[in-house]
Write a protein that binds this ligand. Structure first.
Ligand SMILES: [Zn+2]
Length: 256
């Protein structure tokens, strides 16, 4: 019976509508956890706790109201406190946008903002990161969080990111690093803790892939920068690194 209801629900409602309904449900859930122990920087509300998440439950992960994860809050905090993202005029491309972050960024008057996803129901435009339908040197900022593990051809994706990024622009890249793996492991038929298909498990050598893709890479450890008290208060997790990528300068003269 429940299976039938689920099937009808999926047939009647588009994916976009179903996602909206989910977020209304999360919004209501938030009221049941109102408190003062933790604060979500994305929805600016305080709660008794963040909720567990993942197949193997990770504690203090999900905001009860806006459903953001640790990595979303790390990204938001970084953009808000350490960059000009909230003030200056910037042309932005945001891959696989997190629902709450996209809502905030779309409203920001200073941004010429586009979100893109291979699934047109999940973003403003359908965009394949391996063949980005934008001209060269177009974006000041590209946000690409937890996307590269899901892309069949990562080298092609990096080459495309580099192509559409302005020479002085920045790509903000995040991914899950498997701490027990030194070298990135590629295989088909793998799934992550959220049951999504992945084509690779990024190891500790992930920055090397970015460098080979033509980027200079700075590693930003927001949790380390803000300290333990803020990590707990804002539910930031401890292993959510930001790889800030700038285009390597191209040689203007022929050299051997
Ligand atoms: Zn929140």
């Amino acid at each position: 019976m429940l299976k039938h209801i689920k099937k009808i629900y999926k047939t009647i409602l588009t994916e976009k509508t179903r996602i909206k309904l989910h977020y209304i449900k999360f919004y209501i859930r938030g009221y049941f956890y109102s408190g003062s122990k933790v604060t979500c920087v994305c929805c600016n509300k305080s709660f008794t706790k963040f909720l567990p998440h993942g197949n193997v439950k990770r504690q203090n992960a999900v905001c009860p109201s806006c459903n953001t994860l640790e990595r979303n809050r790390v990204l938001f905090l970084y953009l808000r406190d350490k960059t000009n993202f909230f003030h200056d005029q910037l042309t932005v491309l945001h891959f696989a946008p997190e629902y709450r972050l996209e809502k905030i960024f779309r409203k920001m008057k200073n941004l010429n903002y586009t979100s893109g996803d291979i699934n047109p129901d999940l973003a403003m435009q359908q965009v394949d990161i391996q063949s980005i339908g934008f001209p060269d040197n177009h974006f000041d900022v590209i946000i690409c969080s937890h996307v590269l593990g899901h892309v069949p051809d990562e080298a092609k994706a990096l080459s495309e990111l580099r192509r559409v990024l302005k020479p002085e622009g920045s790509a903000i890249i995040m991914t899950k690093i498997y701490e027990d793996i030194q070298s990135t492991f590629e295989a088909s038929g793998m799934y992550n803790a959220e049951d999504q298909e992945i084509f690779r498990k990024h190891g500790k050598d992930f920055p090397e892939s970015l460098k080979e893709g033509g980027f200079d890479v700075s590693i930003i450890d927001v949790a380390k920068d803000v300290g333990n008290v803020a990590v707990v208060k804002y539910g930031l997790g401890e292993k959510e690194l930001i790889y800030l990528c700038k285009r390597k300068a191209e040689s203007k003269k022929f050299k051997v």
